[in-house]
Ligand binder design. Structure first.
Ligand SMILES: *Cc1c(COP(=O)(O)O)cnc(C)c1O
Length: 398
């Protein structure tokens, strides 16, 4: 008989975590407000009157944030990708023809998920660093009959923005398709009107635009998607946890599906409440102003942004790393010296700075731009740090 295991040697968390928390200015997760953090520390019963009241409010606030009157708004325990998979698993059936409009990593993930539920995705890839073009999409919809169209509002991976989302969603409808939109990084940072733009499913995560915690996500199905695809579906979806009809038991019928992530839902409640308190128009204005000021500051320093203005996402900014500068060294110096964390990219030679939720605050911009310029210069980039700071100040106070 072998010996039983002894406890491993474990270092306490406080010795692993930095003394001072890093300012999270990358592509997510983003800083969370104190109210969100406090709610996240509470555990309550997942069923019963208290939870029911919380869920009703979460749904009402979500309807405002998604701009929909649909009764099919629900949460999912899991990352933004779980919400993406839930939308796909319920609206895409085996053999469905799915048109996946792709501009990068996350839009391709939707295609991969469609393939895994045994559909036949067709990938319509946009030219490098460009948003989806209306004519190209319409030509494809004329050429072939599709059941579902998928796209992202913002491609966090390479900082490309699908500015024509509204027109493309309406086109998809005109050609009889359901349209699924990934708004994980963009929701509540810029306009997205589910009902008016005729979108059938919108997905979001907690840890980006909403400034909540990672691991609890939201999605909304249109009334049409629900009645046409979900309520009438003959076969069972592949994923039990992601089955929207089962999830509806918890989100609309006050009964049990799986144990809801109660703390995360309370955190989301607070994050949504702060969005409602600020109101969407004010929140969009804050994000736009902050992102434009940061972009102007970066350019005034002499740095180049990856994506042309017309196709550029404001929620996450991609900065080209100059030749002979190591992106990893810049990030390491920023974390170590300035206690600011930003993101690298998926194989691209860019660094990414987020402008989502709490990231879009003037004091965070000054600290981040200074840290970025200073670390870049230390790592060999030629740039004018004071000029960048002055431009940030100028645009913000404009
Ligand atoms: C972050 C992100 C995702 C994935 O979210 P996870 O929580 O990491 O699963 C999907 N789509 C977009 C556009 C994102 O920005």
């Amino acid at each position: 008989m072998s010996e039983s295991l002894s406890p491993p040697n474990i270092v306490p968390l406080e010795q692993i975590l930095p003394d001072e928390p890093l300012l999270m200015m990358g592509a997510g997760p983003v800083p969370i407000p104190q109210k969100v953090a406090a709610a996240n520390s509470i555990v309550i019963n997942h069923l019963g009157d208290t939870m029911n009241r919380v869920i009703e409010q979460v749904k009402d606030m979500s309807r405002y944030v998604f701009q929909t009157r649909s009764s099919h708004v629900m949460g999912v325990s899991g990352p933004g990708s779980a919400a993406m998979e839930m939308a796909i698993a319920n609206l895409v059936t085996p053999g469905s023809r799915v048109l996946c409009i792709t501009n990068g990593y996350f839009s391709q993930r939707l295609a991969e998920m469609a393939r895994r539920v045994r559909a036949e995705p067709t990938i319509l890839e946009m030219p490098r660093n460009q948003g989806a073009d209306i004519e190209t999409v319409e030509r494809e919809l004329q050429r072939t009959k599709y059941d579902v169209v998928t796209m992202v509002q913002g491609e966090t991976s390479n900082t490309v923005y699908n500015r024509n989302l509204e027109q493309i969603a309406k086109l998809a409808k005109k050609y009889g398709c359901l349209i699924i939109v990934d708004a994980v990084c963009t929701l509540s940072t810029m306009p997205l009107e589910m009902d008016n733009w005729q979108v059938d499913a919108i997905i979001t995560g907690g840890q980006k635009g909403l400034s909540s915690i990672p691991g609890v996500s939201l999605l909304a199905f249109s009334e049409e998607a629900w009645s046409r695809k979900i309520a009438n579906r003959q076969d069972l979806p592949y994923h039990w946890c992601l089955d929207a009809q089962l999830a509806d038991k918890f989100w609309n019928q006050k009964s049990y599906h799986y144990t809801a992530p109660v703390s995360g839902i309370l955190a989301l409640h607070e994050a949504l409440r702060l969005v409602c308190e600020e109101t969407l128009p004010n929140r969009f204005r804050r994000h736009l102003r902050c992102s434009e000021a940061l972009q102007a500051g970066l350019e005034a320093m002499g740095l180049e942004l990856l994506v042309e203005k017309q196709h550029r996402l404001n929620s996450v900014i991609g900065i080209v790393v100059p030749d002979h500068v190591s992106a990893d060294a810049v990030r390491a110096d920023m974390s170590c010296v300035h206690k600011v964390e930003i993101s690298g990219a998926f194989g691209l030679n860019i660094l990414r700075i987020g402008q989502m939720g709490e990231q879009s605050r003037a004091h965070n911009l000054f600290r981040t731009l200074h840290a970025f310029g200073s670390s870049m210069r230390k790592c060999g980039a030629k740039l004018d740090l004071p000029a960048g700071m002055a431009e940030l100040e100028r645009v913000l106070s404009h």
